[in-house]
Ligand binder design. Sequence first.
Ligand SMILES: C[S@@+](CC[C@H](N)C(=O)[O-])C[C@H]1O[C@@H](n2cnc3c(N)ncnc32)[C@H](O)[C@@H]1O
Length: 264
Amino acid sequence: MKINKKTPYGQYYEEYLYHNVYLNLSKKRSLGIANEMEAAKATAMLIKKSKIKFNSILDAGCQSGHYLYTLRKRFGSEFSYTGIDGFENHIKAAKKIWQRDQKAKFYKCWIQKINIKTRPHDISFSINVFTHLPEINKALKSLNKHTKKLCIIRTPIHEISYKIQQVYNSKWYKHTTVKPIDEFDAYGNPRSCNLFNVYSKEFFTHAIKKNFDKCKITFVKDTFFDAKNINKKEDKFLPTKVINGMQISDIMIVPNCFVLIEKL
Ligand SMILES: C[S@@+](CC[C@H](N)C(=O)[O-])C[C@H]1O[C@@H](n2cnc3c(N)ncnc32)[C@H](O)[C@@H]1O
């Protein structure tokens, strides 16, 4: 087991490689035996609302491809779908589940360097991924290269940016060997953590303009969810809850936004 080892782009492998609770739920969603995600339904709704004609979709940070289940249900089987994910356990599961879907392909690669040899996809999306990245410029540049018409990103956006580190220790997170009393190094940095960053609209807009070709940017606050579905008991780890209309992850308010980047 690779302990405290970082990915090439600075996340910890403990974040996903050994932690299967969310992957198992993703697999059930991909197979249609667990509820579709509210964010997946909202992504499909926004694609429909955009009225953009598409033949190809890229899902960056696809886990086992559970958004494909939602998309096939609403848009049929004509379009081709490419799922990429940096963690090999996710891609392995996705390939197995979707092996009969002739138009679905999965690749293990990091969002910061999507090195697949396909033409740019009509639509790309990356949902619930950017918040966990140490740095967003590379990922935006990479998405720009692989997007032809529309890119949708769902991530927390606020007036003020916050860099939030959820610090792993073995008492509450069994996939690390970091002891509770040893969580921080001599410089006060966590030995292992997961990021939950919130970006200011200003910073995020500037980063998109820097890395995308000419585009129209629209921020849409995620109010599309049904609280009852999010609060339903499912096999989750630190599940998101809705309290007073706000999405709460453990002790954090998560101001999720859909960022629509339409290429001009
Ligand atoms: C919180 S999950 C979200 C999964 C799915 N998009 C959803 O909304 O349910 C984040 C996903 O992004 C993947 N991921 C995290 N960092 C990544 C990176 N740097 N490059 C590619 N995939 C990444 C993880 O393996 C995981 O499948």
